[in-house]
Design a protein around this ligand. Structure first.
Ligand SMILES: NC(=O)C1=CN([C@@H]2O[C@H](COP(=O)(O)OP(=O)(O)OC[C@H]3O[C@@H](n4cnc5c(N)ncnc54)[C@H](OP(=O)(O)O)[C@@H]3O)[C@@H](O)[C@H]2O)C=CC1
Ligand SMILES: O=C(O)C1=N[C@H](C(=O)O)C[C@H](O)C1
Length: 263
């Protein structure tokens, strides 16, 4: 039986790659897309155009008119949250790559999924290597609690720090003894010089053309440093994780936050 999939954000960098991945896998059927700028006279993504499937400007209209098993959301946080909530309320399992959800939004979505007994995932990073980077960092922080996270992305990224950096810090927090790093009397002579403070560790966000998605987690100890680094050179790097999650979500009965929870 093929799994019927809806993709939100099909013209985007991630969305267009996800359209290709879903089309190439015979376990999936792309049945509709959600795109706020859909124009009845034509559609810009040739892969979607070739399928002749409906494209809706509004999620609710899509979910009411199309029978689907799964939603892939690759949009922006405000809209991604609304799409995820509406999907669950319409018995559609969400696989969400969109980053920037608040803790309150995550909790609310997870509790709706539990009420509805529907599986799904919200993952700040679907690249397997990035998940390993986070897990290795979580292990290292137990022994080396002084840590800075440096994430580097393309300059079209809206959210900072990245969802991956926040998730890394949250995972590190579980094993790292809480401490404020650096000199107790340090002073920033230019605001932001020390980066964002997350429970005493620092996160630095670099945005430059030419970059895709990269992160280094640097641990410091007496006379030594340890660097754990991951690079995504293109958006294909995220597709195996999305493909895996789409299949796995069908066996689950609640929404999880983070790919590491289902691997
Ligand atoms: N989890 C993961 O592994 C990864 C997650 N991401 C995340 O995925 C998301 C998308 O990234 P990316 O593809 O690079 O971004 P893009 O900007 O290329 O694509 C975003 C898409 O969302 C649409 N969109 C923007 N605003 C709205 C809105 N208000 N309503 C409906 N649609 C909207 C855009 O359409 P329009 O042209 O109309 O603005 C566009 O099609 C980001 O949150 C990013 O952080 C990215 C890479 C990996
Ligand atoms: O916007 C991106 O590009 C990416 N966003 C995700 C994040 O915020 O962590 C995942 C990856 O880093 C690429």
């Amino acid at each position: 039986m093929t799994l019927k999939v809806i993709i939100a954000g099909p013209r985007g960098k991630m969305g267009s790659e996800a359209v290709k991945m879903v089309n190439e896998d015979s376990d999936f059927e792309l049945v509709a897309c959600i795109d706020r700028k859909h124009n009845e006279r034509g559609y810009e993504n040739p892969d979607v155009q070739a399928l002749n499937i409906p494209v809706f400007a509004h999620a609710e209209e899509c979910f009411q008119n199309v029978k689907a098993d799964l939603l892939v959301d690759l949009t922006v946080p405000e809209v991604g949250y609304e799409h995820t909530k509406a999907a669950l309320q319409n018995y559609i399992r969400p696989v969400v790559g969109t980053t920037g959800f608040t803790d309150e939004q995550l909790s609310e979505l997870i509790s709706i999924s539990r009420e509805m007994k529907l599986g799904g995932i919200i993952a700040p990073n679907f690249a397997i290597g990035a998940v390993l980077m986070m897990k290795f960092s979580q292990m290292a922080a137990k022994y080396l609690p002084d840590v800075d996270i440096i994430e580097k992305h393309h300059d079209n990224k809206l959210d900072a720090p990245s969802g991956t950096a926040v998730k890394t810090a949250e995972m590190i927090q579980k094993t790292r003894e809480a401490k404020k790093q650096g000199h107790p009397h340090e002073k920033e002579t230019i605001d932001g010089a020390r980066g964002a403070d997350h429970d005493g560790m620092h996160i630095h966000s670099v945005r430059l053309p030419g970059l895709v998605a990269h992160q280094e987690v640097i641990f410091g100890g007496p006379g030594q440093t340890l660097t754990i680094k991951h690079d995504s050179y293109n958006r294909k790097s995220f597709m195996d994780g999305i493909r895996f999650s789409l299949k796995k979500a069908m066996e689950m009965d609640e929404l999880v936050y983070g790919l590491e929870n289902i691997l």
